[in-house]
Design a binder for this molecule. Structure first.
Ligand code: 5AD
Ligand code: SF4
Length: 453
């Protein structure tokens, strides 16, 4: 009988991709996925360290797993437990000391070695693997197994050399690495052959992509890669995330004008609207630079939906700095945005900086910023009512007789239909009739079963 694998994934889409690849690697060892930890022979936590009390959350989850293991063993079975991802990278040896229930600890660049770690666990040996070199992992993984999903993630770039002073990523994911173009194209073709209609290219600094060109003579930018991917038959939609304003080059902006498969949507974290704070964050752009990018993007693709990330309460942030952030938000008009209270990350420069902001001030600023952002999101969603948008359907709706998909602007859209199954995997025009909390509803428009892109 197949052994059962349960993976709990925290954090970003990169981790979602990594978890899928872990499942691929372990399928080769006879494991199949289960969605219940209680049934599993192997439980993996794929952790995130970006904000808040990430490590504490993992340790309390491990406390629950210790109880689960005791129950499983009482029933005469075994349960192996591994912790991967960014908390694993940051904690390393400390984790096996503090949580003896853990059999192995593995950083984001080591999961191709899971079979080896499992074999050692079988002999009662603990493993801690926190090597940060990226290349061996991708070499060992090869191209993706047939995933069979309508929307797929594809990691093209990992790591970060930018060292924003608030951020832990350069320490947990390591240096910037871009996968070679040929490897990316092969994985994209395999995904499309297995049914993917949309691919989201992933990277911590995805627009800093500079993978080796197929002839090995130079490197390609993300814009060039996207133009090539657009040539894959059957690939209807291309997205990419997350970008850094500093790496937003003209060719990538032009791709939003030239490549119909590239969706009119861009997530571009700005973090703050104060130049003083941006400098303290080591972001290496000004609000003027950011606004100029926005202007050029809108010139290239007038309907582009822009989203962003914000941090409030960065050390030294004054009321005026915060007002400047609100002013930037009002100026740009975002389709949506994430905003966070600054959270000191151990070992990062800002964590040790003077001028840490009291929790109540952070909370009050966050609430004000989120009010403005939510208002903009409502306005954007309402502006879609009455329009006909192409929707890529990827799942049955929440209720029977419904199908769910995404608009070009990444909004969830659901429609009533007789046969949801027939819609899944297709791009179909939908007339938008209403907005919900975070989604749109509509009716199928026109007889066209499929639009080209
Ligand atoms: N505190 C708060 N937010 C953070 N982010 C990254 N590091 C921190 C931190 N220390 C946010 C940034 C980033 C997003 C992924 O998480 O806004 O863009
Ligand atoms: Fe973190 Fe800055 Fe790198 Fe983004 S660019 S991963 S925020 S250090």
């Amino acid at each position: 009988m197949a052994k059962k694998l349960f993976i709990k994934t925290y954090g970003c889409q990169m981790n979602v991709y990594d978890s899928a690849r872990m499942a691929d690697v372990l399928a080769g060892e006879g494991y199949e996925a289960t969605d219940s930890a209680a049934d599993a022979d192997l439980v993996l936590l794929n952790t995130c360290h970006i904000r808040e009390k990430a490590a504490e959350k993992v340790y309390s989850e491990l406390g629950r797993l210790r109880e689960l293991r005791a129950e499983v063993q009482a029933a005469g079975r075994e349960l192996t437990i591994g912790v991967g991802g960014c908390v694993a990278q940051a904690e390393g040896e400390e984790m096996v000391r503090r949580a003896p229930v853990v059999d192995f600890v593995f950083g984001p660049q080591t999961y191709h070695r899971l079979p080896h770690m499992l074999a050692r666990a079988g002999r009662g040996e603990k493993t801690v693997e926190t090597d940060l070199a990226t290349e061996p992992k991708f070499e060992a993984l090869g191209t993706v197994a047939a995933a069979g999903k309508v929307t797929a993630f594809l990691s093209v770039q990992e790591g970060c050399d930018k060292f924003c002073t608030f951020c832990v990523v350069p320490y947990t994911r390591g240096a910037e690495y871009s996968r070679p173009v040929a490897e990316v194209l092969a994985e994209a073709r395999a995904l499309v052959a297995s049914g993917a209609r949309e691919i989201t290219l992933l990277g911590q600094n995805v627009n800093g992509y500079h993978g080796a060109s197929p002839d090995g003579a130079g490197s390609w930018t993300l814009g060039r890669l996207i133009r090539d991917l657009a040539g894959i038959d059957g690939l209807a939609r291309i997205r990419f995330t997350t970008s850094h304003p500093r790496d937003m080059d003209d060719d990538l902006i032009a791709a939003h004008r030239d490549v119909p498969q590239l969706m009119p949507y861009l997530h571009l974290p700005v973090q703050s609207g104060s130049d003083r704070i941006l400098a303290a964050m080591n972001r290496r752009y000004t609000t003027r630079d950011f606004l100029s990018i926005v202007e050029r993007l809108r010139a290239a693709r007038p309907d582009i939906a822009l989203t962003s990330d914000f941090i409030v309460g960065f050390p030294g942030e004054t009321d005026d700095d915060f007002e400047a952030t609100l002013a930037l938000v009002r100026d740009v008009r975002f389709a949506a945005a994430f905003s966070f209270k600054y959270s000191p990350r151990p070992g990062t420069p800002a964590a040790a900086a003077d001028g840490q902001i009291p929790e109540e001030v952070k909370a009050a600023r966050l609430a004000r910023l989120q009010d403005v952002i939510n208002e903009q999101m409502r306005t954007f969603n309402e502006s879609c009512v009455g329009r006909t948008l192409d929707v890529l359907f990827d799942k049955p709706g929440r209720r029977a007789g419904q199908a769910g998909g995404r608009s070009p602007y990444l909004q969830p859209v659901h429609v009533d239909c007789d046969d949801a199954g027939a819609l899944i995997g297709k791009v179909v025009p939908v007339r938008i009739t209403g907005t919900g909390q975070n989604s749109l509803s509509g009716t199928l428009a026109g007889a066209r079963a499929e639009v080209p892109a």
